[in-house]
Ligand binder design. Structure first.
Ligand code: MF3
Ligand code: CO
Ligand code: CO
Length: 273
């Protein structure tokens, strides 16, 4: 649990737990804003390249060059815990952490591209779904539901709200739409560290979990399956797929808790969540 009133800069440690949440100062928030905008700009840039015939490896190369040469930033996934590439590309029944490679995109595929950049020591983490040609009705639907779930979770963010409120809003919406919410992976605090506390679960009960405090930064990144929620990790140690092979979709933003509510740090040029 976080203190009612967090001093800047600070970490809150609950006795008996290892939970350590960092609160960002206004100066640190500005650095997160810069990193967040850069991550979003990569997604803005890559959209036009998502076409039938391109490989996920080629998408990785384009993003890697943009991040390192245009943005003078660092692609956080590269070598993170041994991850071999600069972005994650998760196609169709891949839930998350897909490794870019020789796979060619085909008409009707849906792909999540997940970008995390480090600029001046600070992380920005965001992902979107892209459609390759015209998607099927069910493919578009699972993507739209994942986006709306993320949006509903984010809209509840304000000081005094609890993480369980966010998880509940996401889970109840997704399940009412006949889809399922992945339990095995979650959102996370983010800052100088890629994945820090708290864990942001995309399911839960209202009024439970950590209370949000101004200056916290974390991701909301629900993974929505068209079928059952169970996942399976492939032999490469990274790629997560739906156990029942159903389609999966995910959207992600990095968000700051402000005095009045929230600020999405990873908005792209459209300015839309
Ligand atoms: N960007 C992912 C997230 O949203 C994490 C990717 S870690 C990697 O948290 F190693 F797979 F790149
Ligand atoms: Co994330
Ligand atoms: Co991400």
């Amino acid at each position: 649990m976080a203190p009612d009133n967090a001093p800047f800069p600070a970490t809150a440690q609950t006795p008996g737990q290892t939970m350590t949440v960092t609160y960002k100062t206004p100066e640190e928030q500005e650095k997160m804003r810069i990193a967040g905008r850069l991550a979003a700009a990569v997604l803005d840039m890559i959209g036009e390249h998502v076409q039938p015939g391109i490989t996920t490896g080629e998408l990785d190369e384009i993003c890697h060059r943009h991040i390192t040469e245009v943005q003078n930033a660092i692609p956080a996934p590269l070598n993170y815990k041994g991850f071999p590439k600069s972005i994650c590309t998760s196609v169709n029944h891949v839930v998350c952490h897909g490794i870019p490679g020789a796979k060619k995109l085909r008409k009707g595929d849906i792909i999540n591209i997940d970008i995390t950049v480090i600029k001046d020591g600070w992380h920005g983490d965001t992902s979107r779904m892209f459609m390759v040609g015209e998607p099927s009705v069910r493919a578009r639907r699972v993507s739209t539901i994942a986006h709306e779930a993320m949006r509903r979770g984010i809209e509840l963010i304000r000081p005094g709200a609890r993480l369980g409120d966010i998880g509940h809003a996401i889970q109840s919406f997704v399940e009412a739409e006949g889809c399922s919410i992945v339990r095995d992976y979650c959102g996370h605090g983010i800052g100088k560290v890629f994945h820090e506390d708290p864990k942001v679960l995309h399911y839960g009960k209202p009024g439970t979990g950590m209370e949000l405090v101004e200056g916290m930064t974390f991701t909301v990144e629900p993974m929505v399956n068209a079928g059952r929620y169970e996942t399976r990790l492939l032999g490469d140690g990274w790629t997560v797929v739906t156990k029942d092979h159903s389609l999966s979709a995910q959207w992600e933003h990095t968000v700051l808790v402000t005095a009045g509510g929230f600020e999405v740090l990873t908005l792209g040029a459209s300015g839309e969540i």
